[in-house]
Every structure is written in C-alpha cells, then in structure tokens.
Design a binder for this molecule. Structure first.
Ligand code: UDP
Ligand code: MG
Length: 170
C-alpha cells in the first residue's frame, strides 16, 4: 500500500551549523526524495526551546538541552528549521537521522556519523526530526507561520490587527 503523504520538522541544531555540516546533512536528506516546503534560520528563544521540548521538562538533562538548542553551548545562537513533505516522511527522516543516542545510532546515519555525547551526558546529535504526525503538526505550527510554508498543509485563518507592529526595510 502507498505510504501516506506526511510533513516533518527537521532542525539542524547549533552543533550541526558550528561543525559546517549543513551541506552534508541536506545531501543525506535528499536521498529521501522528499520536498522542502519551508525553511527558516531561527534564533531560538528560551520560550520556544521550552515549548518545543515541553514533554521532556522533568528530565534531568532538560536545562542543558535548552541551552544546547539555543546555541549557548556552541557560541552559535541559531538553528536551521526545515519542513519536508512526502510519502512516509516521518519514518524516512527518522531512519536517516539515526537513534537519539549517537553511540547507538547506525554509523552511516546523520547522528551516528556526526553526533557526540558531552561529559554532562547531553546527546549532541546534530538534528531534530519529528517523531509522529501529531508531533510534526504541533512542531511545524510552533516554528512556522502559515505564510512561511509554500503549501496550505494545515487550515489557517486571516487576521487583521490595527495595533500590529513590524519592521520593514528603511
Ligand atoms: N536527549 C539527551 N539525553 C537523553 C535523551 C534526549 O540529551 O537521554 C536530548 C537529545 O538531544 C534529543 C533531545 O533531547 O535529540 C530530545 O529527546 P527525544 O527523546 O525527543 O529524542 P529525539 O526525538 O530527538 O530522537
Ligand atoms: Mg523527540
């Protein structure tokens, strides 16, 4: 039976950027034949980091994880967030990403090839990949506004606000 078309959120974490792995990671991901439908370079606020990893807030490594994803451990306060779409996207990307623990990940997977465990025990595993359709939807809506995705993947609604402030080029 044909795989359902899915979306998945991929984040190239600060260690991936700091180690100049962006090209290698995107090349590896292109093996999936999935399509990129959104991309953003993001300076991750504490609020965004905590919301993204809210299921892990009781874990002993939570504080270190928040500092890691914010780039405070790598002096690189940005990540590259991408939305990929295609048949079976979630499990395809998870398998190319490899196991959460880089020591257990297949050596040819992204995490197996490039990840490490810090002396504090944090898995610096180079990329994030959504783990289920429900999580993918939650995460994509957290990281992207509707107009930042080139396809209407989830319902959206028009909003107009008088008191809306934003910058434009001077
Ligand atoms: N993590 C960690 N130690 C652990 C489990 C997770 O440092 O024992 C970090 C790791 O960077 C991981 C992130 O927390 O990618 C989110 O954990 P999750 O269990 O959701 O793993 P993932 O979905 O990223 O494979
Ligand atoms: Mg996860």
């Amino acid at each position: 039976m044909a795989e359902p078309v899915q979306q998945t959120l991929i984040i190239i974490k600060p260690d991936g950027l700091k180690k100049s792995l962006t090209g290698n990671i995107l090349t590896k991901l292109s093996e999936t034949r999935l399509v990129i439908i959104g991309a953003r370079v993001v300076k991750v606020s504490r609020e965004l980091a905590e919301e993204h990893y809210k299921q892990l807030k009781d874990k002993p490594f939570f504080e270190d994880l928040i500092l890691y994803i914010q780039g405070k451990r790598h002096n690189c306060e940005r990540v590259l967030a991408l939305v990929y779409q295609g048949p079976g996207a979630i499990s395809l990307v998870r398998s190319i990403a490899g196991a959460t623990n880089p020591e257990e990940a297949e050596p040819t997977s992204i995490r197996g090839a490039y990840g490490r465990i810090t002396t504090k025990g944090v898995y610096e595993n180079v990329i994030h990949a959504s783990s289920s359709p429900e999580e993918a939807e939650r995460e994509i809506k957290l990281w992207f506004r509707p107009e930042e995705i080139v396809l209407p993947i989830f319902p959206s609604k028009p909003i107009s606000r008088k008191d809306c402030h934003f910058l434009e080029w001077a």
